[in-house]
Design a protein around this ligand. Structure first.
Ligand code: SAM
Length: 339
C-alpha cells in the first residue's frame, strides 16, 4: 500500500470507532451507519477506545456548539470547514439539530478517493441525501469527486499542496447551487482538523493555518474577520508509551511527520499564535474527561461497559489533545468571541 493509501485507511478506523461508540450508546449518531460499508458486520471496539472516541467527540461537539450559539447571538450565520473530514457526520448532526439555522455553509475536504466514496454513500442513502435538500438541490462535479448542496460542499484536495493554488477558489468560485462563492470571509468561520495534522509536516500545516488567517484578515465585514480553529491530535510521543503508538502506526506504513516526538501541550497552542491567531488553548483528553465532561454524562457512560484499565485509559488519553485558536482581525473590547 502506498503511503497516502495508508493515510486514507485511517478514515475507516475513525468511522468504525465512531460506529462502535454509537452501537454501545456512548454517542447518539443515526448517520454514521450509512457511511460505513457493511456497518452491521464491523467489530465493536474495546471499552478504552469507545471512551476515547466519546471524549474526543464530546469536546469537538461542545466547541462547535458554542461557535454556532455565538453566531446565533450575533445574528451572523457561521461557516464550518472540516479538513480531512473523512466519513465524519457532524454536518448531518448539526443540520438536523436545534442550531441548524445558525449554519450558513459546511465544507468538507479530503483526498479525492475519500470524497468520491462519501459522495456515493450520500447519493445511495436517503437518510443522508434528504438532509441536503431535494434531489435537484444536490449536484456532483469534478468527475463525481465533489458534491454540492445549498449548505453543504464536499471537495477533493490534498491539503499538503500550497493553499494559495488549491484553495483560493473556495473564496472566489461560485457554488453551483447558490451562485455565490462557497465561503465568505465576512462570516464567522470555524476550521476543524480532527486527527489530520499529524499526517502533514509541521510547516505544511502552519502554511495552511496562516493562509486561512490571511483570508480573514482581508475580511470586509464591518466588525472584521472572525476565524476559529479546533484541532484534535496525538502529541507527546517521545516517551515509552508514545514510542509504542508510533511503532504501531509504522507497522501499517502510516507516517506521522506532524506529531514530532517532543510536541508539548504548550506547543500545540503556540502553533496557533505562530500562525497569526490571536488566542489559543489546549487540553489533553484526560483532563477533558476528568474536568469538562458534564457530570451526568460521565456517570451515564461509566455504566455502559466495564472498564478496569483506568490507568491505561489515563495513559492513552494523556497522549491526545484538543487545541483551539481564535483570530479576530479587528478585536473588539469585551467580545464574546474572545473567550
Ligand atoms: N476527521 C475525520 C474524523 O475524525 O472522523 C477523519 C479522520 S482520519 C483519522 C484522517 C483523515 O484525514 C482521512 O480521511 C485522510 O484521508 C485525511 N487526510 C490526511 N491527510 C490528508 C491530506 N493531505 N489531504 C486531504 N486529506 C487528508
Amino acid at each position: 500500500m502506498d503511503a497516502d493509501a495508508s493515510i486514507r485507511s485511517t478514515d475507516n478506523d475513525a468511522a468504525v470507532a465512531r460506529l462502535s461508540a454509537v452501537q454501545k450508546r456512548y454517542l447518539d449518531d443515526p448517520f454514521i451507519k450509512h457511511l460505513v460499508p457493511r456497518a452491521h458486520l464491523q467489530p465493536l471496539r474495546p471499552p478504552l477506545i469507545n471512551v476515547g472516541t466519546f471524549v474526543r467527540s464530546y469536546a469537538i461537539d461542545d466547541l462547535t456548539t458554542q461557535w454556532l450559539e455565538e453566531s446565533g447571538k450575533l445574528n451572523q450565520p457561521c461557516q464550518i470547514v472540516s479538513l480531512g473530514s473523512g466519513s465524519d457526520t457532524r454536518f448531518w448532526r448539526i443540520a438536523t439539530g436545534p442550531l441548524k439555522e445558525n449554519l450558513a455553509t459546511y465544507v468538507e475536504i479530503d483526498f479525492p478517493e475519500i470524497t468520491t466514496k462519501k459522495a456515493m454513500a450520500i447519493r445511495k442513502s436517503r437518510e443522508l441525501s434528504s438532509v441536503l435538500g431535494t434531489p435537484a438541490d444536490v449536484t456532483l462535479s469534478q468527475g463525481s469527486t465533489a458534491l454540492h448542496a445549498p449548505k453543504y460542499h464536499l471537495l477533493p484536495n490534498d491539503l499538503r499542496l500550497p493553499p494559495a493554488e488549491t484553495m483560493e477558489h473556495l473564496f472566489m468560485i461560485p457554488s453551483p447551487s447558490t451562485e455565490t462563492s462557497i465561503l465568505s470571509s465576512s462570516l464567522p468561520t470555524l476550521l476543524i482538523f480532527e486527527c489530520v495534522l499529524a499526517y502533514m509536516l509541521p510547516e505544511t500545516s502552519s502554511r495552511l493555518l496562516e493562509w486561512f488567517v490571511t483570508q480573514f484578515s482581508k475580511s470586509s465585514a464591518p466588525s472584521g474577520g472572525v476565524l476559529g480553529c479546533v484541532v484534535y491530535e496525538m502529541f507527546g510521543l517521545g516517551d515509552t508509551f508514545g514510542r509504542v503508538m508510533v511503532n504501531n502506526l509504522k507497522t501499517r506504513n502510516i507516517s506521522i511527520p506532524g506529531a514530532e516526538p517532543f510536541l508539548t501541550l504548550d506547543s500545540l497552542s503556540q502553533r496557533f499564535i505562530g500562525s497569526g491567531f490571536t488566542a489559543a488553548h489546549a487540553l489533553t483528553l484526560r483532563d477533558i474527561r476528568k474536568t469538562y465532561v458534564d457530570r451526568a454524562e460521565s456517570e451515564r457512560i461509566s455504566t455502559l461497559e466495564l472498564l478496569d484499565e483506568l490507568e491505561e485509559l489515563d495513559l492513552v488519553l494523556n497522549h491526545y489533545a484538543i487545541s483551539w485558536g481564535l483570530f479576530l482581525s479587528n478585536p473588539p473590547h469585551g467580545s464574546s468571541w474572545s473567550h
